[in-house]
Design a protein around this ligand. Structure first.
Ligand code: GLU
Length: 444
């Protein structure tokens, strides 16, 4: 069996760390299994869906490297949903209801006041043809409910293990509104069958849909896919993340300098037993991904973890990958430069600071010019990879300074600050001429 999964966003907003989790988990699972990934745009709600948001979703997925094998728009597939609707209707599993929202609310209140569960009482199922005609003559349009079997529905969830729901304790779900619009439940199942989806992987907020959807899969004669409901993200302090999601869109994270691999790695591994650290690439992420490693507890999203992973991604980035981006920032000082400074990056843009520190102008920090003069007198005319250690040894012998007292003044003069990359490669990059001027206390 070839694994086939789908990511099914509604194009009613930009993608953020909360809803990208479904895309990333589906993608890494599919790629790890050598399977296929379908992008399904759930745009049956024509008032709230926009093409701009759809394009935004594609832009974000592409930037993240989450390529799709097939793409569908639900808005172009209504024929399929009408067929599914007719099929359920002919089986007596779909029935018209005429209650207004007010009537339903009132009935629910009465049920609650009597201590009864507030589930739909199926009054509409008992209507005679004449009663229906009377209601329609009054101008009422039906909405359509799926008649649940009222049995125990079981599935083995890849994250939650053995699950069971009693559909007798649920209201028959409304599948089609009175204006004829399909709600999410039926099109999703019709598509999953039609497209041959083998695994439905989504957030645990959908667990409540799964019982009814399995009954619909069975009624439509489709194979029931495997389900996996992953835990939702919470704030680092355990609170709901929803309040902050606005500032955690993929677009914002990109603008703040997060690497695409950082986001994929962080979000795929949150709530798993795998370490929250950088991996080589998406392929490696797919290979290490396993639902068995996923826990059921809410996954804590901590921006500090993301920052740490981002640094790890940059530290492991090859010059080949970095080169076009260095060029775009006017900071391509060659491979030796990249290898010298990458371990000091938190954000890619930090390369601009290091490029300036190498190429100048740098204002040297000078506490003791006499010490620097002594050091300059010993600086070799040509510099290579071993110069820093032989030179600092010579300075140590000549001045008696050692440890921090030896290195710190040299570093502060050469790069204008007291922390930074290893000085061996930096000295070579800075070059004899600029190094000499900085050691003399001049801006260079
Ligand atoms: N459009 C639905 C959502 O975004 C898809 C849910 C599903 O994966 O079945 O929540």
């Amino acid at each position: 069996m070839t694994v086939k999964v789908r990511f099914a966003p509604s194009p009613t907003g930009r993608i953020h760390v909360g809803n990208i989790r479904a895309a990333i988990v589906n993608w890494v699972f599919a790629r790890g299994q050598g399977g296929e990934f379908v992008l399904r745009i759930d745009d049956t709600d024509r008032e709230r869906s926009t093409l701009d948001y759809e394009q935004g979703i594609e832009t974000d997925l592409t930037w993240l490297g989450l390529t799709w094998d097939e793409k569908y728009n639900q808005s172009a597939r209504f024929d399929l949903y009408h067929l599914a609707m007719e099929r359920l209707r002919s089986q007596g599993r779909l029935y018209p209801c005429y209650e207004t929202q007010d009537e339903l609310d009132r009935r629910r209140k009465v049920q609650l006041s009597r201590g009864q569960p507030p589930i739909y009482d199926r009054t509409a199922l008992k209507l005679t043809d004449e009663e229906r005609q009377v209601l329609e003559a009054e101008g009422r349009k039906p909405h359509w409910r799926f008649r649940l079997d009222g049995k125990r529905v079981k599935w083995t969830d890849l994250v939650r293990g053995d699950c069971e729901v009693d559909t007798a304790s649920m209201s028959d779900p409304v599948l089609i509104r009175e204006d004829g619009a399909f709600l999410y439940t039926l099109p999703s199942v019709a598509d999953d069958i039609d497209l041959g989806i083998t695994h439905v992987i989504r957030g645990e907020d959908h667990v409540t849909n799964t019982g009814a959807q399995i009954e619909i899969f069975e009624a439509l004669g489709g194979p029931v896919p495997v389900f996996a409901h992953f835990s939702l993200l919470v704030d680092a302090d355990g609170g709901a993340l929803s309040k902050r999601l606005g500032s955690l869109s993929i677009m914002d994270l990109r603008d703040r300098g997060m690497e695409p691999l950082t986001i994929a790695c962080h979000i795929a591994r949150l709530g798993t037993s795998d370490p929250l650290e950088a991996v080589a690439d998406l392929q490696a992420l797919g290979e290490s991904f396993d639902f068995a490693k996923m826990g059921r507890n809410p996954a804590r999203f901590d921006p500090a973890d993301m920052a740490r992973i981002n640094a790890g991604v940059l530290h492991a980035m090859s010059y080949e990958q970095a080169k076009p981006r260095l060029e775009a920032r006017g900071a391509d000082l060659g491979e030796a430069f990249w290898l010298a400074i990458r371990a000091n990056l938190s954000l890619f843009d930090d390369v601009k600071d290091w490029a300036r520190i190498v190429a100048g102008p740098v204002t040297p920090v000078v506490a003791d010019q006499a010490f620097l003069d002594a050091a300059l007198a010993l600086l070799p005319q040509t510099l290579d990879a071993s110069s820093w250690s032989s030179w600092t040894n010579a300075v140590k012998d000549a001045t008696g300074a050692k440890g921090r007292a030896l290195f710190q003044p040299l570093r502060a003069a050469l790069i204008g600050q007291d922390h930074g990359p290893e000085m061996g490669p930096m000295l070579v990059l800075i070059g004899r001429d600029r190094a000499g001027r900085r050691l003399s206390g001049h801006v260079a």
